[in-house]
Design a protein around this ligand. Structure first.
Ligand SMILES: [Zn+2]
Length: 192
Protein backbone atom coordinates (compact mmCIF):
# COMPACT_ATOMS: atom_id res chain seq x y z
CA UNK A 1 0.00 0.00 0.00
CA UNK A 2 1.57 3.32 -1.03
CA UNK A 3 2.47 5.75 1.72
CA UNK A 4 0.21 8.30 0.00
CA UNK A 5 -2.76 6.29 1.29
CA UNK A 6 -1.90 7.28 4.83
CA UNK A 7 -4.35 9.81 6.13
CA UNK A 8 -2.48 12.29 8.31
CA UNK A 9 -5.79 13.37 9.77
CA UNK A 10 -5.81 10.32 11.97
CA UNK A 11 -4.57 12.27 14.96
CA UNK A 12 -3.39 11.25 18.36
CA UNK A 13 -6.35 9.77 20.18
CA UNK A 14 -7.70 11.77 23.14
CA UNK A 15 -8.44 8.40 24.81
CA UNK A 16 -6.21 5.44 25.53
CA UNK A 17 -7.02 2.87 22.82
CA UNK A 18 -6.56 0.16 25.46
CA UNK A 19 -8.60 1.17 28.51
CA UNK A 20 -10.51 4.11 26.93
CA UNK A 21 -9.39 6.45 29.71
CA UNK A 22 -8.96 10.08 28.59
CA UNK A 23 -5.34 11.18 28.47
CA UNK A 24 -4.45 13.87 30.99
CA UNK A 25 -2.30 16.86 30.07
CA UNK A 26 1.42 15.92 30.17
CA UNK A 27 0.65 12.21 30.50
CA UNK A 28 3.07 9.87 28.72
CA UNK A 29 1.63 7.77 25.92
CA UNK A 30 2.89 5.08 23.55
CA UNK A 31 2.08 5.12 19.84
CA UNK A 32 2.09 2.13 17.53
CA UNK A 33 1.71 2.48 13.77
CA UNK A 34 0.73 -0.66 11.96
CA UNK A 35 -0.33 -1.78 8.52
CA UNK A 36 -3.14 -4.29 8.05
CA UNK A 37 -5.48 -5.29 5.20
CA UNK A 38 -7.58 -2.27 6.11
CA UNK A 39 -4.64 0.07 5.71
CA UNK A 40 -2.49 2.09 8.03
CA UNK A 41 -3.65 2.39 11.61
CA UNK A 42 -2.49 4.28 14.64
CA UNK A 43 -2.96 3.23 18.26
CA UNK A 44 -2.21 5.35 21.30
CA UNK A 45 -2.09 3.68 24.69
CA UNK A 46 -1.43 4.84 28.23
CA UNK A 47 1.58 3.84 30.32
CA UNK A 48 -0.46 1.29 32.25
CA UNK A 49 -1.85 -0.48 29.19
CA UNK A 50 1.59 -0.49 27.59
CA UNK A 51 3.12 -2.07 30.71
CA UNK A 52 0.37 -4.69 30.74
CA UNK A 53 1.41 -5.67 27.23
CA UNK A 54 -1.60 -4.32 25.39
CA UNK A 55 -1.73 -6.36 22.25
CA UNK A 56 1.65 -8.05 21.69
CA UNK A 57 0.61 -9.24 18.21
CA UNK A 58 0.06 -5.65 17.13
CA UNK A 59 3.29 -4.63 18.79
CA UNK A 60 5.40 -7.14 16.90
CA UNK A 61 3.77 -6.27 13.57
CA UNK A 62 4.29 -2.57 14.14
CA UNK A 63 5.73 -0.36 11.43
CA UNK A 64 6.78 2.19 13.96
CA UNK A 65 6.65 2.91 17.64
CA UNK A 66 7.35 5.94 19.77
CA UNK A 67 6.64 7.51 23.11
CA UNK A 68 5.31 11.00 23.62
CA UNK A 69 3.80 13.32 26.17
CA UNK A 70 0.16 14.17 25.73
CA UNK A 71 -0.81 17.80 25.44
CA UNK A 72 -4.40 18.93 25.62
CA UNK A 73 -4.80 20.38 22.12
CA UNK A 74 -4.97 24.17 22.06
CA UNK A 75 -7.57 25.80 19.82
CA UNK A 76 -6.07 26.70 16.43
CA UNK A 77 -4.79 30.25 16.11
CA UNK A 78 -7.12 32.46 14.04
CA UNK A 79 -4.30 33.91 11.92
CA UNK A 80 -3.00 30.43 11.14
CA UNK A 81 -6.23 29.72 9.27
CA UNK A 82 -5.90 32.70 6.95
CA UNK A 83 -2.42 32.77 5.54
CA UNK A 84 -0.77 30.05 3.51
CA UNK A 85 2.21 28.91 5.51
CA UNK A 86 4.55 25.95 5.48
CA UNK A 87 2.07 23.90 7.49
CA UNK A 88 -1.01 24.55 5.35
CA UNK A 89 1.06 23.92 2.22
CA UNK A 90 2.30 20.62 3.58
CA UNK A 91 -1.27 19.57 4.40
CA UNK A 92 -2.38 20.54 0.91
CA UNK A 93 0.39 18.51 -0.73
CA UNK A 94 -0.26 15.50 1.49
CA UNK A 95 -3.99 15.68 0.76
CA UNK A 96 -3.30 15.80 -2.96
CA UNK A 97 -1.68 12.32 -2.58
CA UNK A 98 0.41 13.20 -5.63
CA UNK A 99 3.82 11.49 -5.42
CA UNK A 100 5.12 14.23 -7.76
CA UNK A 101 5.17 16.59 -4.80
CA UNK A 102 7.48 14.45 -2.70
CA UNK A 103 10.44 16.86 -2.92
CA UNK A 104 8.38 19.84 -1.79
CA UNK A 105 6.69 17.83 0.96
CA UNK A 106 10.05 16.74 2.29
CA UNK A 107 11.47 20.30 2.39
CA UNK A 108 8.32 21.62 4.08
CA UNK A 109 8.52 18.89 6.72
CA UNK A 110 12.17 19.73 7.42
CA UNK A 111 11.24 23.42 7.75
CA UNK A 112 8.46 22.58 10.19
CA UNK A 113 10.77 20.37 12.17
CA UNK A 114 13.16 23.33 12.59
CA UNK A 115 10.22 25.46 13.74
CA UNK A 116 9.37 22.68 16.23
CA UNK A 117 5.91 22.32 14.73
CA UNK A 118 6.74 18.73 13.81
CA UNK A 119 8.87 16.29 15.72
CA UNK A 120 10.59 13.40 14.01
CA UNK A 121 9.57 10.20 15.78
CA UNK A 122 11.02 7.48 13.63
CA UNK A 123 12.39 6.45 10.25
CA UNK A 124 10.85 3.38 8.66
CA UNK A 125 11.50 1.43 5.47
CA UNK A 126 8.61 0.87 3.08
CA UNK A 127 9.16 -0.96 -0.19
CA UNK A 128 12.81 0.03 -0.23
CA UNK A 129 11.97 3.64 0.50
CA UNK A 130 13.01 5.57 3.60
CA UNK A 131 9.99 7.19 5.26
CA UNK A 132 10.25 9.84 7.96
CA UNK A 133 7.59 9.61 10.66
CA UNK A 134 6.66 13.00 12.09
CA UNK A 135 4.22 13.92 14.80
CA UNK A 136 2.56 17.33 14.95
CA UNK A 137 3.42 18.70 18.37
CA UNK A 138 0.13 20.54 18.89
CA UNK A 139 -2.46 18.25 17.32
CA UNK A 140 -0.64 14.91 17.52
CA UNK A 141 -1.34 14.13 13.84
CA UNK A 142 1.07 11.72 12.19
CA UNK A 143 2.78 12.71 8.95
CA UNK A 144 4.56 10.06 6.89
CA UNK A 145 7.04 11.75 4.59
CA UNK A 146 8.96 9.60 2.09
CA UNK A 147 12.57 10.77 1.87
CA UNK A 148 13.12 11.73 -1.78
CA UNK A 149 16.91 11.41 -1.28
CA UNK A 150 17.55 14.82 -2.78
CA UNK A 151 21.04 15.42 -4.09
CA UNK A 152 22.77 18.60 -2.98
CA UNK A 153 22.40 20.10 -6.45
CA UNK A 154 18.64 19.45 -6.33
CA UNK A 155 18.16 20.92 -2.87
CA UNK A 156 18.59 24.50 -3.98
CA UNK A 157 15.96 24.40 -6.71
CA UNK A 158 13.43 22.66 -4.47
CA UNK A 159 14.07 25.19 -1.71
CA UNK A 160 13.55 28.03 -4.21
CA UNK A 161 10.28 26.38 -5.30
CA UNK A 162 9.09 26.23 -1.68
CA UNK A 163 10.08 29.85 -0.98
CA UNK A 164 8.11 30.95 -4.07
CA UNK A 165 5.06 29.01 -2.85
CA UNK A 166 5.28 30.68 0.55
CA UNK A 167 5.83 34.22 -0.76
CA UNK A 168 2.67 36.33 -1.12
CA UNK A 169 1.77 37.16 -4.76
CA UNK A 170 3.13 40.61 -5.79
CA UNK A 171 0.70 43.51 -5.32
CA UNK A 172 -0.83 44.74 -8.61
CA UNK A 173 0.83 47.80 -10.16
CA UNK A 174 -1.36 50.97 -10.48
CA UNK A 175 -1.72 50.23 -14.22
CA UNK A 176 -2.92 46.69 -13.54
CA UNK A 177 -5.28 48.01 -10.88
CA UNK A 178 -6.78 50.53 -13.33
CA UNK A 179 -7.16 47.87 -16.01
CA UNK A 180 -9.00 45.60 -13.58
CA UNK A 181 -11.35 48.39 -12.55
CA UNK A 182 -12.03 49.40 -16.17
CA UNK A 183 -12.82 45.80 -17.08
CA UNK A 184 -15.31 45.66 -14.20
CA UNK A 185 -17.32 48.64 -15.48
CA UNK A 186 -20.54 47.99 -17.42
CA UNK A 187 -19.91 48.22 -21.16
CA UNK A 188 -22.09 51.30 -21.85
CA UNK A 189 -20.12 53.39 -19.35
CA UNK A 190 -16.87 52.33 -20.96
CA UNK A 191 -18.16 53.36 -24.37
CA UNK A 192 -18.85 56.83 -22.88
ZN1 LIG B 1 -4.91 2.60 29.00
Amino acid sequence: MPIEEWDHLQPRSPLCNGCQKAFADKEDYHTILSLSQQGYARQDVCEECWAKGGDPAKRSGALSYWQGTYQIPAPPKAEALKKEDAESLLRKFIDSKDPGHSNVRYILAVMLERKRTLKQRDIIEREGEKVLVYEHMRTGETFLIPDPRLRLDQLESVQAEVVALLAPPPAPTPQEQAATEAAALPSDERAG
